[in-house]
Design a protein around this ligand. Structure first.
Ligand code: ADP
Ligand code: GN1
Ligand code: MG
Length: 355
């Protein structure tokens, strides 16, 4: 790794560089110097992101926009330059690397430790939405085309089933049946978007709890990270992905499915924080679609895990052979629980909006 980090302008001499975090896409390292000064070094996944220069330009522009409101480096992701004065490194082997300032005295949670943590992550993503309302959306590149086009994700699932590249279809019959049985609903938000019923906004598109940094002491938001997928999108998708991950009572790859529920208390906490921060920006119709966002993002993500399992685990990092199948099963449990709690979810939205 030395040959990579020594090509960035470091404060001090590097003393360690070790794999870090639980992201499914990039290769992330914690780099520490003798000052000590902490950095996050990342190899960008160029299989997933086909145009890395365009992606980096999005990040440069979005962070510059956020910095106009608040230039505290703990509050905005900050890139460190290469010794050649660039914002990222392209190696001779066509690998792309970037270095971020580490957000210090922070917490990055895989699971909320209390209702307060999830409420605060809602504040973080709601505020992010607010701040980007004045960002010129047309200048952003689409870093992954059709990223949250759920019907397109369903088409990819059907293709993977038809190909059955590794003969895994026979291991996943109930899962395939589950996802395909919800085919009709999968397109609802995209239809509303196409008809102009709900607007396109600049959204984060990957609003997992572990993409927010909270202050270690106050447990309030410092900074939203993982900006690779900031693109035009739907508010319901950003809200929904947070619920999918943060309001679950179990981890995304839990094997004991009896532990997997969508907690209505956690749902209410996130809704409270999110709407506190951005309700004035959203239309009435958009607010009504938030529960649907939670269900469709869970269906979509589960169908993506299933597609990846059937395709040979080429997209998401895995740590065990059936990891993607296990992940697709937890998402099914969450969808079923949301279907049971559908009316309660809508009541929460109305209660939080005070009507
Ligand atoms: P991925 O796209 O693989 O999810 P992320 O950018 O989310 O990659 O980084 C993976 C993990 O690294 C995060 O969940 C977080 O724990 C940590 N991380 C990333 N950026 C920073 C940062 N600037 N400061 C502190 N930790 C960070
Ligand atoms: C990936 O990069 P990470 O781990 O924050 C994925 C998301 C999925 C998520 C599932 C670019 O997020 O879309 O919802 O895994 N990111 C990309 O945990 O595909
Ligand atoms: Mg991440």
């Amino acid at each position: 790794m030395k040959n990579i980090y020594e090509r960035f302008v470091l404060d001090g001499d590097a003393i360690s560089c070790t794999r870090y975090g639980n992201g499914h896409i990039n290769e992330t390292y914690l780099l520490v110097t003798d000052r000590p000064h902490l950095y996050i070094l990342q190899k960008i996944n160029s299989h997933v992101f086909r145009d890395v220069p365009a992606l980096m330009q999005n990040i440069i522009d979005v962070t510059a926009h956020l910095r106009k409101d608040d230039d505290n480096p703990r509050h905005v992701l900050t890139l460190v330059q290469t010794v050649d004065g660039d914002d990222y490194l392209r190696t001779e082997d066509a690998e792309f690397w970037r270095l971020y300032e580490f957000v210090t005295d922070s917490l990055c949670l895989e699971k909320p430790q209390s209702i307060h943590d999830l409420l605060q992550s809602g504040v973080a993503f709601g505020t992010f939405q607010n701040q980007l309302a004045s960002f010129p959306a047309h200048t952003l590149s689409e870093t992954i085309p059709q990223f949250h086009d759920t019907p397109a994700r369903y088409r990819q699932l059907r293709e993977a089933i038809a190909k059955d590249k590794l003969g895994r279809v026979k291991n996943a019959m109930p899962e395939i049946e589950f996802y395909l049985s919800r085919d009709k609903e999968a397109g609802l938000l995209m239809q509303m978007s196409a008809s102009g019923e709900i607007p396109l906004r600049v959204t984060h598109n990957d609003t997992k709890l572990n993409n927010v940094m909270l202050d270690k002491r106050t447990r309030t938001p410092l900074c939203v990270i993982d900006l690779d997928t900031v693109m035009p999108g739907l508010a319901a998708h950003d809200f929904g992905d947070s619920i999918r991950f943060g309001a679950s009572t179990a981890s995304e790859d839990e094997l004991d499915l009896s532990k997997v529920h969508m907690s209505i208390e956690l749902f209410e906490a996130y809704t409270t924080g999110f709407l506190m921060a951005c309700k004035n920006r959203l239309t009435e119709r958009e607010i009504e679609t938030l529960p649907l966002g939670a269900k469709l993002m869970t269906l979509e993500c589960g169908s993506r895990f299933l597609t990846d399992y059937l395709s040979g685990d080429v997209y998401f990092h895995i740590a065990r052979p059936e990891h993607n199948l296990d992940r697709c099963r937890t998402q099914m449990e969450l969808v079923k629980d949301m279907e049971r709690k559908w009316d309660q979810m809508h009541q929460v939205i109305r209660r939080v909006m005070g009507s």
